[in-house]
Write a protein that binds this ligand. Structure first.
Ligand SMILES: [Zn+2]
Length: 206
């Protein structure tokens, strides 16, 4: 789980466009206009930068081969939380595993609704409103093995909900840890790699 502080920022034009939408219909996000397509394209790019190419829920690198999808934490459907469709703190980029139909998808994760987004209560650890380090604990600072019993009840729910202990997520964390170890003390350490650099590294490592 990422600990997000920075949010996307809408331009004046985007704010005006959003203000003119019928949010209650639950269909505003899928409106097929050029302005909406441009907005979503820009949001994908901005979330990718804010999250440094990682999934907000599992923290693993977003799959290079699949498109980055924007995910609504409080689902946007008509009978769910359409009023938060464009709320900056309700939008994250997630991997297809966390956001797939067997995990989050459009499941309701709000435990207490409030007209102000930040006053809503969530069943899962919230990447913007919670500090994940208070809820999900690890056996050591490699952050590969989760210490479930020491995690908070909300953390434990999140671990089960996203399957954070399941093999796909654990394998990704091991791969990530190994890569970080290999990159230590190299010019690549601690920053996001370009596709060219990844290709070069693959050639060197394979
Ligand atoms: Zn994920």
């Amino acid at each position: 789980m990422l600990n997000l502080e920075k949010t996307i920022k809408y331009t004046l034009e985007e704010k005006e466009m959003i203000a003119a939408l019928d949010l209650a219909s639950g269909k505003s996000w899928t409106k097929r206009t050029n302005a909406m397509e441009d907005l979503k394209k820009r949001l994908r790019k901005e979330l990718d930068i804010i999250q440094e190419g990682r999934c907000a829920y599992c923290g693993n690198v977003l799959y290079v081969t699949s498109a980055l999808e924007i995910e609504h934490i409080a689902p946007k459907g008509k009978d769910l939380y359409p009023e938060f469709t464009f709320n900056c703190k309700n939008l994250v980029a997630a991997c297809s595993y966390c956001n797939g139909c067997h995990k989050k998808h459009s499941k309701d994760v709000v435990s207490k609704r409030h007209s102000e987004y930040e006053k809503c209560e969530f069943k899962i650890v919230h990447p913007y409103l919670d500090n994940p380090n208070d809820h999900i604990l690890w056996t050591d600072d490699r952050k590969v093995i989760i210490e479930r019993a020491a995690s908070s009840p909300k953390g434990q729910f999140t671990i089960s909900f996203f399957g954070l202990e399941e093999p796909p997520h654990t394998y990704e964390r091991i791969k990530d840890y190994n890569l970080r170890k290999q990159l230590k003390d190299t010019p690549y350490e601690g920053r996001r790699l370009s596709n060219e650099e990844i290709a070069q590294l693959l050639d060197e490592l394979v």
